[in-house]
Design a protein. Structure first.
Lengths: 229, 98
C-alpha cells in the first residue's frame, strides 16, 4: 500500500522519490487521485483514503502520489510552483499508468488534462488564497498585530508568505491569484450536494463520513462501468 | 444557493436564521439540533473550543458563498463573533437593501 514514485528533474532541481499511497493490483481501471491542498488536505486525508479503499473493493486501482513539498516530502514547500505541480502530476499519471483522475478541491488545479475523470467539490486558487489570508489576518489580530489581506498579498507576490503554517513562494502565490479549475474532455464535476452532507473540509477538526465516501466511490465506480462497458 | 436578496421580511429573516445555524453546524460538526437551539446570547468565538482562527476563516468564507455577501477584513472583529445574535445582526446588516 505504501510505495514511492520518482519525480522528474525540474527547474534545475534533481529528480527524487516521493511517497505513493496505492491500491495497485494491476487492474484495468487505475484512478490517479489529486488530493486537496494544505489545511484542506489534512481535513480530507481520511476521507480521501476511505474513498480509495472503496474503489479498491470495487475492483478499481487507486493511486495517491505525494507532490514535492507535501506530507513527508523533503523538498521545501516554498520552492514549489503551480506549473511544477502540474507537470509532476502529469509525470505521475504516466509513470503510474493512470487511466482516470479523481481531483479533490484544489487538486483540480493540477489534474492532468489528458485523463478523463472527476473533479469533486472544486476549489479555485483565489478562494483558496482568500481563506488562508483571512485565517492569518484573524490570528494576527488576536495577537494584537494589525495586518490586511491586501498588504499581505503585495508581500506575497514579491517575497512569498507563510499562511496557516504553509510557506508559499511568490511564484505559487502569483499563479494561484488567477488559477481556476477547468474541465478537460471526459472530465465532469461532482458537487458536494451530490454526496448528501456538508463538506468535510469545512470542519474545524478533521472528521470522517462513511456515507459520503460510499456515495463518491459509488458514483466513480458507476461512471467507470458505463465508460468501460 | 438560497437567495437572500429580499431580506426585509419575516420569512427572509427566518430563512437567514436557518441558513446561518446550519452553516455553523457544518463548520463545527455540531448536531443540527444543538445549532438550532442557539439564541441571541449563545456564545461563539471564545466559547466553542472548535472555533479557532482557521475555523473562523472557513465560517466567514462559507457565509460569503451561501449568503452571497462579501466580508472585508475590517468587518471582522471580536464583537461580531462573540455571540450568535451578533453574527446574525452582522449578516443582516450585509444583506439589508441599501
Amino acid at each position: 500500500m505504501i510505495s514511492t514514485w520518482n519525480t522528474p528533474p525540474l527547474d534545475g532541481r534533481p529528480a527524487r522519490e516521493e511517497l505513493l499511497l496505492a491500491f495497485d493490483r494491476g487492474r484495468q481501471a487505475r484512478v490517479l487521485v489529486c488530493p486537496a491542498w494544505f489545511d484542506e488536505a489534512n481535513k480530507l486525508r481520511r476521507f480521501t483514503v476511505e474513498v480509495m479503499r472503496r474503489l479498491d473493493r470495487a475492483g478499481i486501482d487507486a493511486l495517491l502520489p505525494d507532490l514535492p513539498g507535501c506530507n513527508e516530502s523533503i523538498a521545501p514547500l516554498q520552492d514549489q510552483t503551480l506549473a511544477g505541480w502540474r507537470s509532476h502530476m502529469a509525470v505521475a499519471s504516466e509513470s503510474l499508468r493512470a487511466t482516470h483522475a479523481l481531483a479533490i478541491r484544489a487538486g483540480a488545479l493540477v489534474a492532468p488534462a489528458g485523463l478523463p475523470g472527476w473533479h469533486y467539490a472544486t476549489q479555485s486558487g483565489p478562494k483558496l488564497l482568500r481563506g488562508m489570508l483571512r485565517a492569518r489576518v484573524i490570528a494576527a489580530r488576536e495577537a494584537g498585530i494589525s495586518e490586511t489581506s491586501e498588504r499581505l498579498m503585495e508581500e506575497g507576490r514579491s517575497r512569498g508568505l507563510v499562511l496557516g503554517g504553509w510557506a508559499l513562494g511568490p511564484t505559487m502565490i502569483r499563479a494561484l491569484e488567477s488559477a481556476e479549475p477547468a474541465l478537460a474532455p471526459g472530465q465532469s464535476d461532482i458537487a458536494q450536494s451530490a454526496l448528501g452532507g456538508p463538506g468535510l473540509w469545512l470542519r474545524a477538526d478533521p472528521d470522517e463520513d462513511a456515507g459520503q465516501a460510499d456515495r463518491l466511490a459509488a458514483m466513480i465506480a458507476q461512471s467507470l462501468a458505463e465508460s468501460m462497458a | 444557493m438560497t437567495s437572500f436578496a429580499h431580506i426585509d421580511s419575516a420569512e427572509g429573516e427566518a430563512a437567514l436564521d436557518r441558513e446561518l445555524k446550519s452553516l455553523i453546524a457544518d463548520v463545527l460538526g455540531l448536531d443540527p439540533a444543538q445549532a438550532a437551539a442557539f439564541d441571541a446570547d449563545s456564545g461563539l468565538f471564545g466559547h466553542l473550543p472548535e472555533l479557532d482562527s482557521m475555523a473562523v476563516a472557513g465560517l466567514l468564507t462559507e457565509m460569503e458563498d451561501r449568503l452571497g455577501i462579501v466580508i472585508e477584513d475590517d468587518d471582522v472583529d471580536g464583537e461580531m463573533l462573540e455571540t450568535y445574535g451578533a453574527l446574525r445582526a452582522f449578516a443582516l446588516s450585509k444583506l439589508e437593501p441599501r
